[in-house]
Ligand binder design. Structure first.
Ligand code: AMP
Length: 410
């Protein structure tokens, strides 16, 4: 099936040809006609499935048809995203796919000057890509109105809720016209997302670009059992021996991210850290360097790495397992993008035993441990159990989850 059979305009098709896209990805095949037909959508899709183009292309097409008749510009499309990185990326994709159209898009997120953003809004735009907090700031200042929005997109809805944006989302929803098309994209589908979608969507088309809560088939998942103190050494061994071009390494804590980065640099690997303590400018700089291939290893926390779009990333390493099992799916979704094969390697030590059990039950799949020659764990050593993963911490987390579930049910 080709893009032209999806009834996209020649203007858009020519950009896709330039970008070297040969055929639509499964989510594009399913979503583009539904969006063009004005239907609501509930799509289960990770980053890497081509989801951005799946909503951007039909929206650009619809806007082009409207804007030809409509001057000056009116804000019609709102894309809500959880993080500034994703906001920048989505806005960049819109600019690229819409390069030959008159559609104008802008991006608003916190941590930078609000006045410059307000000026862009005042100049007139068709699309705003925004993080919820900063969007509310603009609404309070009156620098934009949502009264003419006809399409609302939620990108990475699960992340937005995980990051605690429910109140902001509710405040934004109050200012949106009730008659609109709503498109909801989420990598994972929990009960709380279903609750939100019931409130937001009218007779939505359901698309599963990947099975809900599953990992992409083209990602090989490996778990190496290794002593905690040998993990950095194992990573530099994998990079050097395998002659890896680039790798994204995840850790739960900023401090650990810094330590891993320093150890990799000391072992001769060009590495940089990406976490919330860096300024917005510094984060963008690190990301650009990684995208341009100036850095071999990017070491990041889950929050900082959310929504990163790095083409053809072959390897992802989990320095330890994330506390939230769904984060594992997000982490490894950074590899095996748009049909490429990828490898996700988890460095496992005894204190992650319970997290591995939780993950296996979420994935409904066993992740057998392996030993890497030369890095076999020292079985005579007793690993200290991290306080956060002690039995009592596990019980507390289970209780928190149960409480959150009952709150959602109210
Ligand atoms: P996304 O899931 O939106 O983050 O997209 C993942 C990557 O796939 C991006 O780098 C896109 O440029 C790329 N991509 C999207 N659609 C296609 C397609 N139909 N063919 C090839 N690459 C694509």
């Amino acid at each position: 099936m080709s893009f032209s059979s999806l009834l996209l305009s020649d203007t858009l098709l020519s950009v896709l040809t330039q970008k070297g896209y040969i055929e639509p990805t499964p989510i594009q095949l399913a979503a583009i006609p539904a969006i063009l037909a004005g239907q609501d959508l509930m799509a289960s899709a990770q980053t890497g499935t081509g989801k951005t183009a799946a909503f951007t292309l039909p929206l650009l097409q619809k806007l082009t048809e409207q804007t030809e008749a409509c001057q000056p510009k009116v804000l019609r499309v709102l894309v809500l995203v959880p993080t500034r990185e994703l906001a920048l990326q989505v806005n960049k994709s819109i600019a690229e796919y819409g390069a030959n159209t008159a559609v104008k898009s802008t991006v608003i997120y916190g941590g930078v000057s609000i006045d410059a953003q307000a000026q862009k809004l005042a100049d007139g735009v068709d699309i705003v890509v925004a993080t919820p907090g900063r969007l509310l700031d603009h609404l309070r200042r009156g620098s934009l109105s949502l009264s003419a929005i006809d399409t609302l997109v939620f990108d990475e809805a699960d992340r937005m809720l995980d990051m605690g944006f429910m109140d902001e989302i509710n405040a934004i929803l109050k200012q949106l016209p009730p008659q609109r098309q709503t498109l909801l994209f989420s990598a994972t589908f929990s009960k709380v997302i279903f609750e939100l979608s019931k409130r937001l969507l009218q007779q939505p088309i359901r698309i599963e670009a990947n099975q809900a809560n599953s990992t992409a088939d083209n990602v090989e998942q490996i778990v190496y059992a290794v002593d905690s103190d040998r993990k950095p050494e194992l990573i530099s061994h994998l990079i050097n021996k395998g002659q890896w071009q680039q790798v994204l390494i995840f850790s739960r804590k900023k401090q650990t991210v810094d330590t891993i980065t320093q150890k990799l640099i000391a072992a001769g690997v060009e590495a940089k850290a990406l976490h919330g303590d860096l300024s917005q400018g510094a984060r963008e700089h690190v990301l650009d360097d990684f995208k341009m291939g100036k850095i071999k290893a990017l070491v990041a926390t889950d929050v900082a790495a959310r929504g990163l779009d790095i083409i053809a990333l072959d390897y992802v390493i989990n320095y330890e397992l994330p506390f939230i099992a769904e984060d594992y799916i997000h982490r490894i979704g950074r590899t095996g993008r748009a049909g490429n094969k990828g490898k996700a390697i988890t460095l496992y030590s005894e204190d992650d035993a319970l997290l591995l059990e939780e993950l296996e039950s979420l994935l409904d799949k066993r992740l057998p441990q392996q030993w890497l020659a030369g890095f076999e764990p020292d079985l005579t050593k007793v690993e200290p159990v991290a306080r956060k993963n002690s039995k009592s911490a596990q019980r507390q987390r289970a209780k928190k989850r149960a409480l959150a579930g009952s709150k959602r049910g109210r």
